[in-house]
Write a protein that binds this ligand. Structure first.
Ligand code: FES
Ligand SMILES: [Fe+2]
Length: 356
């Protein structure tokens, strides 16, 4: 069974809360499911199948009426927030059939992020979206990238995020730092809210920061704690904490919480969003007029472009049948190997026939 498929029984991000203005329709595709989403007059998120029950016209191209119903732009059928059709303009004298309806999708808005569940609705209470408290906190500055389309399976991004040995050469001249590769890795695994996670921990003492990190987080010589955690197939959380030697865990801590959300469109495309969070009162060392979060966010697009290029190229090779190919696993690949096992376990659970 290939791990490069879209898991459906999972919560995925369709956007940050600020992307959903009241009464604004947005179209999404998540794990092969077409969705229309909006924030209704009460401020709640509504997510329906985007295919009109009449002729599959995308409802996201329609409009919201004053009474809160959604009007399809093709023949004008109107739907309420439960997905039930409440008006068929072309046959006003006929009762609306019960099956004139579209599916609703479970949606949770939590910590400034909107999550949807494209899978089996009955299973949606078995897992919860991971927490992202920094995004909505008064103590943190939070900057996010907006949606970025990547023409590659989303597991390739997760594998990339769990593996920092690619900083050299992929990010050479940018955040490239071959020293990173020599730091010993510890691993942690577990389960939170129904989501199996895998985490790498890299700790160093008396470490000379490369210039870009001194620019972001001020200090030249530090003790450092750096973790990468696939919290679920929908979110990877990266935390870096640095402080002068002997001071880690004190008020001198600097660093970031970097959230990466990866939402499969289908098996070979996904939407990637990053969100950098730094303490509000932390300024950049290299540019004291910029906050630390702004400084990191200003440098990030260049790094991300390099990763997207690599993922797209990898996908082209993943598309070629495996015959004659033996994948090599190196010591630092332990976490991404575990991530693949977690993916395969979830895929087998929801596709028992395919797993045989
Ligand atoms: S396709 Fe929507 S009303 Fe006909
Ligand atoms: Fe990278």
């Amino acid at each position: 069974m290939s791990p490069y498929q879209s898991i459906r029984n999972c919560w995925y991000v369709i956007g940050f809360s600020h992307e959903f203005e009241t009464h604004n329709l947005t179209g999404h595709q998540v794990a092969g499911k077409a969705m229309v989403a909006w924030r209704n007059q009460e401020g709640n998120m509504v997510v329906l199948d985007n295919r009109c029950a009449h002729k599959r016209f995308p409802l996201s191209e329609g409009r919201l009426m004053d009474d809160g119903t959604l009007e399809c732009a093709y023949h004008g059928l109107r739907y309420n927030c439960e997905g039930q059709c409440v008006l068929i303009p072309s046959q006003p004298d006929v009762d609306i059939p019960k099956h004139a309806q579209v599916q609703t999708f479970p949606v949770i808005e939590q910590d400034g992020i909107v999550w949807v569940w494209p899978g089996n609705i009955e299973k949606s209470t078995e897992r919860k979206p991971p927490r992202t408290e920094e995004v909505n906190s008064d103590e943190w500055e939070s900057i996010d990238s907006g949606p970025m389309h990547v023409p590659a399976n989303y597991l390739l991004l997760i594998e990339n995020l769990l593996d920092i040995t690619h900083f050299y050469p992929l990010h050479d001249g940018n955040i490239g730092d071959v020293e990173n590769s020599y730091i010993p890795i510890q691993y942690e695994e577990g389960e939170v809210d129904g989501n199996k996670y895998i985490k790498t921990v890299r700790e160093v003492e008396n470490y000379t920061q490369p210039p870009f990190l001194a620019d972001w987080f001020c200090y030249d010589l530090v003790d450092r704690n750096h973790t990468h955690c696939m919290m679920s197939p929908g979110l990877t959380r990266v935390v870096m904490r640095v402080a002068p030697p002997g001071k880690l865990g004190s008020d001198d801590d600097r660093g970031y919480v970097l959230l990466h959300t990866h939402t499969p469109i289908d098996d070979r495309n996904h939407i990637w969003r990053w969100c950098v969070n730094c303490r509000k009162d932390h300024m950049s060392g290299g540019n004291p007029n910029m906050s630390a979060a702004q400084r990191v966010a200003s440098m990030f697009p260049g790094v991300v472009d390099e990763d997207r290029w690599a993922l797209e190229k990898q996908q082209e090779m993943v598309d070629i049948p495996d015959e004659g190919y033996n994948e090599l696993f190196l010591k630092p690949d332990k976490a991404l190997r575990r991530a693949r096992q977690i993916f395969l376990g979830m895929l087998r659970e929801e596709q028992p026939q395919a797993a045989k």
